[in-house]
Design a protein around this ligand. Structure first.
Ligand code: ZN
Length: 491
């Protein structure tokens, strides 16, 4: 206290500096762990929650490290008994990252269970969505690296908060008819080259956790891999969208790309217009929009296949269509949500497919700008392309519940669906959502709002995350290529 050190013997000083060094090492390793386990924003949120709880007279939550202890003392692998689990064991060199375009996932622990590594990864929330009364989550996309250090041992990746996701039915549910005995209805997507996405057969959903086991003996594609990407569905990032615009669309003599506004993050909202021999005044105004829900990457693969075929100068169907119609395409309705790795919202937490009655520039500018263009250009038809978490089928949802619904629209819808089913049997009309009762449609949903505003045939197109149960494919499930072909077939 007076600034003078108490007299110490040589050995006391050595002991003390040893303790100090030990403390410093502990502090540094705690910092390293903290940087792995908790981002600054997570820590800030945790502090805010604690302050809030204490203010309400509640017990503060467990610290991160005590929660980790609890997690790691919980038996992680059923069937393995008499083993203890240690966080940050010999598998600590495994790498993890979701810090890239459309990445989502936060590493919780890496444990050693009976000599086998288990990685626990939480899916992170979208911002809170007012109209849905919750923060959505379900999209995941992350990279696990340094796999060679495992020396051939299988790695199990567990998503412990899968059961808290927006559509838990998407992980489990009934086995798909036509799949082998014991095949899981949802199997995760993985890739070692970011081009080919395969289904991980050893995926299971139990007690609210999704478990994915990466074993080169079962999945030859993993043999000798340094790293692997895991995702809810084959990703189609904002960067890929920009590549499509620059390489396929901008170079086509038939197409123009126009920036019609900006998102809250400052990304361009792009409108592609494709013209052939039809004169504007005679042409039907036909619209296709995709990725209102950013986690539904199927929609981008669908649009990719659709645009490539529409812009192919040698495609006779494309040219015949463009003799009668001007085609407007918004390939990426939600660039911010896609880049941020969200399931359902834009940067502000807006579920864009609930914003079509009164879109706001400061909350849902994406819908605001597109709807303005629709009113300026006119709209005779629109397809809004999505993916559905639970149903293993391709189907449409129509505007039967809109006040404007009529025999004319019903006949057009029937004709369109019959033609689509003939052209590509991956589309079907048996399974789907319950049809809205007359006058009960939610007009804030894009397809209903447009149907009512333009008295036109407007439908929501849904594709599965799982597979098409009428034609399952155990290797790729419902895949990027099948989405592309379904998109091309829509011509
Ligand atoms: Zn959707």
């Amino acid at each position: 206290a007076n600034g003078q050190h108490p007299k110490q013997t040589e050995s006391e000083r050595e002991r003390k500096s040893g303790i100090e060094l030990g403390e410093r090492v502990n502090t540094i390793s705690a910092q390293v762990k903290a940087s792995i386990f908790a981002s600054a924003s997570f820590a800030r949120a945790a502090v805010a929650r604690t302050v809030h709880r204490v203010a309400r007279g509640q017990r503060p939550p467990l610290s991160l490290s005590s929660r980790r202890r609890r997690l790691s003392s919980k038996p992680l692998s059923k069937g393995v008994t008499g083993t203890t689990t240690r966080a940050m064991s010999s598998f600590q060199n495994l790498g993890f990252s979701s810090c890239f375009d459309s990445g989502n996932g936060k590493l919780v622990t890496i444990s050693d269970v009976g000599g086998l590594p288990i990685m626990r990864v939480n899916i992170t929330n979208d911002p809170y969505t007012e109209v849905d009364g919750r923060a959505h989550k379900m999209w995941f996309h992350f990279k696990v690296s340094n796999l060679r250090g495992l020396q051939g041992k299988p790695l199990t990746v567990v998503l412990p908060n899968a059961g808290d996701c927006s559509y838990p039915g998407g992980w489990g549910g009934e086995a798909l008819k036509g799949t082998p005995e014991g095949a899981a209805p949802y199997r995760a997507c993985f890739s070692v080259d970011r081009q080919n996405w395969l289904r991980l057969n050893d995926t299971s959903y139990e007690d609210g956790e999704l478990r994915m086991t990466l074993d080169a003996k079962a999945e030859p594609a993993l043999e000798g891999a340094d790293f692997v990407y895991l995702a809810y569905f084959a990703p189609y990032s904002q960067e890929q969208h920009m590549d499509l615009m620059a390489t396929v669309v901008a170079s086509s003599a038939k197409a123009t790309v126009r920036t019609i506004g900006r998102t809250l993050d400052g990304a361009d909202m792009e409108l592609v217009t494709v013209r052939g021999s039809a004169k504007d005044e005679d042409a039907k105004k036909v619209w296709f929009i995709a990725r209102q829900h950013p986690g539904e990457s199927q929609a981008s693969w669908w649009i990719d296949g659709f645009l490539r075929r529409l812009l192919d100068p040698s495609d006779p169907i494309a040219n015949a269509l463009l003799a009668k119609a001007v085609v407007h395409v918004v390939p990426m309705m939600n660039p911010d949500g896609a880049r941020r790795g969200y399931l359902r919202t834009n940067a502000a937490g807006a579920n864009l497919n609930r914003e079509w009655q009164t879109p706001k520039l400061d909350y849902s500018p994406e819908v605001f700008h597109v709807l303005r263009e629709m009113h300026e250009e006119g709209l005779d038809f629109c397809l809004d392309v999505h993916g559905d978490e639970a149903l293993p089928y391709n189907f449409i949802a129509g505007g039967e519940g809109c006040p404007c619904w009529s025999d004319r629209l019903a006949a057009l819808q029937k004709e369109w669906c019959d033609a689509y089913e003939r052209t590509n049997p991956d589309f079907q009309q048996v399974e789907g959502y319950p049809v809205d009762k007359p006058n009960e449609a939610n007009l804030a949903i894009g397809s209903n709002g447009m149907c009512q505003a333009f008295d036109a045939l407007v439908m929501t197109m849904e594709m599965p995350f799982k597979d098409n149960a009428n034609a399952p494919d155990m290797k790729v499930g419902w895949s990027a290529d099948r989405c592309r072909r379904l998109g091309g077939a829509a011509l």
